[in-house]
Write a protein that binds this ligand. Structure first.
Ligand code: ZN
Length: 332
């Protein structure tokens, strides 16, 4: 049975109240940072809406025929559109198929739902094709779009959806939830650290832990320092970074560079986001120039803009690492 997450109660209650009053839009755009649980809430909502006997809270029963089809991934009134691989585009013909899907009546007499995650994985053709569906929705149609970078969407797509902004989860609820997920982690300091490194996003913190994130992060950080010092090959380093996927790689890099900028420009002691990497970052500070750091940050941001689907991860990381190897003025 799918439910929303503890910090999402106000959002959930608000959406269910609108379902009750019949004041529910045909298109929703869920926005907020990666790891806030946008798609978890969307899935719980979809199950609740398609369930034949939902609870008073709006949660699906988990047992009716609809719920069984949902669990099997074969509910005929739900279209689930995600890229085949993270970072790839959603093919335009899959988006086009949504108009045929909505043109046929729903098989269970309820809503017909299309879920698109992440919405920025639609290229311009795909987005234009979706616009037609958004302009003339059928009565039972519901589109749910997920995006952590809504600025990348066509303004016409954004304006036709009701936006639901996911706020940063409350720290106390995040910590309690993460601790319950990671029962093997005994120290609450580790839980707090994982959350801090994930900008307070509980699911990102969980993923960081489960992918051996802290160890991988420290390896990558050491290697990144060595590239700056001319002791490691930027191309070899780029290969490892590209395995993280561009969205995550660019998030990490920009966070580290921002910390370098803080260290470079601030008075001591400077508060930084990546406290665990302070020794590595401090090693670099004297050899770097603020102006060039800002230019590098801009290059990372530009790469991040196109991180979904449209860039070759390996080549993009090579560009970033080669630029990085030219940053350091003190050591070479
Ligand atoms: Zn049910």
């Amino acid at each position: 049975m799918k439910t929303s997450l503890p910090w999402q109660t106000p959002l959930w209650d608000g959406l269910i109240a609108r379902v009750r009053t019949g004041n529910f839009p045909h298109a929703l755009l869920f926005t907020g940072s990666v790891g806030y649980g946008k798609s978890v809430l969307a899935e719980a909502l979809i199950h609740g809406l398609l369930c034949q006997f939902p609870a008073d809270s709006g949660t699906a029963c988990g047992q009716c025929q609809s719920c069984r089809l949902l669990a099997a991934g074969t509910h005929p009134d739900l279209m689930w559109l995600e890229p085949e691989e993270a970072g790839k585009a959603i093919p335009v013909d899959r988006i086009r198929a949504t108009s045929t899907f909505f043109a046929l009546k729903g098989q269970y007499g309820g809503r017909q739902i299309v879920f698109i995650n992440p919405a920025e994985a639609m290229n311009r053709h795909a987005a234009n094709s979706l616009l037609k569906t958004l302009e003339e929705p059928t009565e039972d149609a519901l589109l749910i779009l997920i995006s952590s970078q809504p600025s990348l969407l066509l303004p016409t797509i954004r304006s036709r959806c009701q936006q639901v902004v996911f706020p940063r989860p409350e720290a106390q609820l995040s910590e309690a939830w993460l601790q319950a997920q990671l029962s093997e982690v005994k120290e609450s300091a580790t839980i707090k650290n994982l959350l801090a490194l994930s900008n307070g996003a509980p699911l990102a913190a969980q993923a960081l832990h489960e992918t051996g994130g802290l160890a991988v992060r420290h390896d990558l950080a050491s290697q990144w320092v060595e590239v700056a010092e001319g002791r490691a090959d930027p191309l070899a380093c780029a290969k490892q970074w590209s395995e993280l996927g561009l969205p995550k790689a660019t998030r990490w890099l920009s966070s580290w560079v921002m910390d370098l900028i803080r260290l470079k420009s601030g008075a001591d002691p400077v508060v930084i986001t990546n406290g665990d990497l302070r020794p590595q970052l401090l090693k670099l500070v004297t050899g770097l120039e603020l102006k060039r750091l800002f230019a590098y940050l801009e290059q990372i941001t530009e790469t991040a803009r196109w991180a979904n689907g449209q860039l070759n991860a390996q080549l993009a990381m090579e560009d970033l690492m080669v630029s990085w190897s030219r940053q350091h003025i003190g050591l070479k």
